[in-house]
Design a protein. Structure first.
Length: 246
């Protein structure tokens, strides 16, 4: 396991993290430092107290309360909580859904972040597979990640999102399917690139970039604005600030 992890300064402005009482926000931040390369850690409160907060004046009851609150604090776009707890053979574990995406990667098109291959494989079991949203053309009410997606464009969009942003949860897949239906091919990948380049790696930002391009507030991929530059997330941010100032 690595000696440290990346913690970005945006965590200071996270409403979810800041809503944790007492040392809850500190506990969440410090816990990131102890996650393995897949964002997992043992979830026994006694273990977490000894590992993450050995010198802080808190108890296992505090930690259990914080864990419960972290599970309930879900992102309004992805639907992902700060953490997810699970048990394998009656042993408790947890993982952070957005962990890998926050640790960065060396090249935009890498299948795995550069740091990922330098660490040993996780010694902790993975969380159970989840059910994903229904995709047109797939028999049955729902499908699991190992079922083939018949639409090759949608499959590529899902793969592109997971390689560069994070796990395509059921809510994320619903958003990707809508983007597939509402926008031209290639727009999604271009918006993902902007999200990565500007450090805004979330679906909400991707959707805003696409909406602004569709309405002409910033140029669509391949088109140019008056300055001769193609539309980008940076231009989207300028539009947003100008609108807010009116």
């Amino acid at each position: 396991m690595a000696e440290g992890r990346i913690i970005k300064k945006k965590i200071s402005e996270s409403e979810r993290v800041n809503s944790l009482p007492g040392d809850g926000a500190l506990f969440f931040s410090w816990m990131i430092l102890h996650l393995d390369r897949d964002g997992r850690i043992k979830a026994d409160p006694t273990y977490l107290k000894r590992t993450v907060m050995p010198l802080r004046d808190c108890t296992t009851k505090h930690i259990e309360k914080w864990l419960e609150q972290m599970e309930s604090l879900k992102d309004e776009i992805s639907g992902e909580p700060l953490i997810e707890r699970y048990a394998i053979n009656n042993k408790p574990y947890l993982w952070m859904p957005g962990f890998k995406g926050e640790q960065g990667q060396a090249r935009f098109d890498d299948k795995e972040p550069a740091w990922y291959g330098r660490e040993g494989a996780s010694e902790l079991p993975a969380p159970p597979e989840k059910q994903h949203v229904k995709v047109p053309g797939i028999a049955g009410p729902r499908f699991t990640p190992d079922v083939e997606i018949p639409d090759p464009v949608l499959l590529q969009m899902k793969k592109y999102y997971e390689e560069n942003i994070g796990l395509a949860t059921p809510i994320i897949m619903e958003a990707i399917i809508k983007i597939r239906n509402d926008y031209e091919d290639g727009w999604f990948e271009d918006a993902v690139k902007d999200a990565v380049n500007y450090g805004k790696k979330n679906m909400k930002y991707i959707q805003k970039v696409l909406e602004n391009r569709k309405t002409g507030k910033v140029p669509a991929p391949g088109r140019q604005n008056n300055s001769g530059a193609s539309g980008s997330a940076g231009e989207y941010e300028i539009v947003s600030r100008q609108t807010a100032a009116k």
